[in-house]
Design a protein around this ligand. Sequence first.
Ligand SMILES: Cc1cc2nc3c(=O)[nH]c(=O)nc-3n(C[C@H](O)[C@H](O)[C@H](O)COP(=O)(O)OP(=O)(O)OC[C@H]3O[C@@H](n4cnc5c(N)ncnc54)[C@H](O)[C@@H]3O)c2cc1C
Ligand SMILES: *[C@@H]1O[C@H](CO)[C@@H](O)[C@H](O)[C@H]1NC(C)=O
Ligand SMILES: *[C@@H]1O[C@H](CO)[C@@H](O)[C@H](O)[C@H]1NC(C)=O
Ligand SMILES: *[C@@H]1O[C@H](CO)[C@@H](O)[C@H](O)[C@H]1NC(C)=O
Ligand SMILES: *[C@@H]1O[C@H](CO)[C@@H](O)[C@H](O)[C@H]1NC(C)=O
Ligand SMILES: *[C@@H]1O[C@H](CO)[C@@H](O)[C@H](O)[C@H]1NC(C)=O
Length: 542
Amino acid sequence: MKLLYFYLVATYILMLFPYLSLFFSLVGPANSPIDSFLQCLPSHSNNSHPISDVIFTQSNPSFLRVLQTYVRDSRFNTSSTPKPLAIVAALDVSHVQATVLCAKSSGLQIRIRSGGHDFEGMSYVSSVPFVILDMFNLRSINIDIPSETAWVQAGATLGELYYDIAKKSKVHGFPAGVCLTLGAGGHFSGGGYGNMIRQYGLSIDNIIDAQVVDANGKVLNRKRMGEDLFWAIRGGGAASFCVVLAWKIKLVRVPDVITVFKVQRTLEERATDIVLQWQKFAPKIDRRLFIRVQPAIHFLQNGNRSVHVTFIGLYLGRASPLLSLMNKSFPLLGLQAQDSIEMSWVESNLFWNDVARDTPLEVLLKRTPTRPHSYSKHKSDYVKTPIPKEGLEMIWKKMIDVGVFMLMQWNPYGGRMSEIPENATAFPHRAGNLFKMQYITIWQDDSAEAMSKNIKATRDLYETFTPFVSRNPREAFLNYRDIDIGTNSDGSLDFALDFFKGNVKRLLQVKAKVDPTNFFQYEQSIPIVKLNSEVAISSLEY
Ligand SMILES: Cc1cc2nc3c(=O)[nH]c(=O)nc-3n(C[C@H](O)[C@H](O)[C@H](O)COP(=O)(O)OP(=O)(O)OC[C@H]3O[C@@H](n4cnc5c(N)ncnc54)[C@H](O)[C@@H]3O)c2cc1C
Ligand SMILES: *[C@@H]1O[C@H](CO)[C@@H](O)[C@H](O)[C@H]1NC(C)=O
Ligand SMILES: *[C@@H]1O[C@H](CO)[C@@H](O)[C@H](O)[C@H]1NC(C)=O
Ligand SMILES: *[C@@H]1O[C@H](CO)[C@@H](O)[C@H](O)[C@H]1NC(C)=O
Ligand SMILES: *[C@@H]1O[C@H](CO)[C@@H](O)[C@H](O)[C@H]1NC(C)=O
Ligand SMILES: *[C@@H]1O[C@H](CO)[C@@H](O)[C@H](O)[C@H]1NC(C)=O
């Protein structure tokens, strides 16, 4: 309660800032924030890299094209979606510095975008006046095999990273997301997980340095930024603190041959029992094995609906040990030799994205996804005790009854994830989790009814899961951005507790230290909260 009070007072004072600066700008020569921003930019950029080439104001004929190139959800692609006053598509570090300094002095907010995959569009949409700092031009990747490290700029995609690694080595990889068009800037700073999570943890667990631009426009590496900020940007969402220019990653070893599989089971084929067995086995088994469970609605020929469950596996080894492991520990799935396909690690990234095996690897370099026009809504949960059979049956029934296209992804934890302390990075969801769930609805219908029906269906399914998932807080994954769990203008830190659990306090301290004027903000950024009260601080302890 006390914390809430401090928070409201702090928020109120901060809310006055834009009005104060507006007042002073009205007294001085008439100059709107965007005009002063645009006038300011050249004075802070390097003359060898003219910034005028990379500024797109609303009147620029390329404005909409640049804006829409990295919009990944049609929900935020409508004529009524609030647009930025300008986009700066930085080509040089000085452009990033200029954007920060000039937005700050003009009283404008920025939104930072790398791959544009934010599920709530928070990297390119806002109801306040803002400019986009677009990072897609800053996408070089420098791999050094002797030291098993690489520098990856924020605008690089995972596909580009995987391709570049494979070009240099058949026995190295990097643990990060499945989707090939994710940007390193946003994806890594929210944690970054993929199908090697049980063996190697998250992307952030394999990040050893970073280059950022802070709220004063200074370029800092790990040594200069200090361990607090370096801790915060690994899992805390960098956009609350700074602009990430590049990450230094530690590559991981992968066998030259690995095995993948994808098999589907219907309810008649005992999908429910198989999922029951999976819950006991998948988080505990040999950490080289990752099996995602994907329950999805199927619309049958006779007009009925049913749930089909797909089991998608990656094993960091050959098929024959995988088959004996499966036969011993997960016999109900009945994995057959012909289901398990041996290939290289880089090829497995195509397999996991349903790209045909003989497709040239250059498909990894495609920066725009093939699924253009679609709407989606996502939510997340963490499961710590197995869901009983009646629970699973209730969930399938709920999915069938709702009647919209809906799928879920259940991703097993355990292995390396259980060894890393909750406070080692800002990402807190570690030991004690059996798996993480993602709720997904996808639709193509442009109508407002379809929108509300699908969003409601996602929320209803999430409600159905309440008895089976984490509580106090109901944990959520920052990378699966979900506006439903609250924003920093609600006057409550509930959303931050769901994302960061016991790490909220340190995140608030880092925020207050590195960005006291709250320049780096968005709807779910870490706010400035006065932590001078013992009561306030202790209410954040667990
Ligand atoms: C199809 C799809 C598949 C996905 N699969 C996975 C998956 O397998 N694993 C997983 O972990 N997640 C997955 N995600 C979620 C994804 O990791 C997040 O959406 C992530 O934030 C995307 O990063 P981005 O740079 O592409 O997004 P953006 O929308 O550009 O950015 C997301 C957030 O990061 C901030 N940000 C971006 N760049 C910077 C920067 N340079 N400096 C500071 N802040 C920055 C933005 O301001 C915003 O708050 C998936 C998302 C989609 C749409
Ligand atoms: C400006 O850019 C040039 C060329 O990239 C570089 O050599 C120079 O150091 C930069 N100047 C400053 C002040 O950063
Ligand atoms: C956004 O709209 C543009 C123009 O209508 C279109 O080309 C693009 O495919 C759309 N993108 C999404 C994700 O809806
Ligand atoms: C599916 O449809 C058939 C025929 O229309 C019906 O008899 C049956 O009960 C339905 N099954 C389910 C599970 O609803
Ligand atoms: C599984 O193991 C059993 C013995 O435990 C054996 O009889 C059977 O052939 C094995 N199946 C496969 C597919 O390996
Ligand atoms: C994490 O928590 C442990 C146990 O409470 C503590 O000993 C350690 O110092 C903490 N580490 C960091 C980096 O805060």
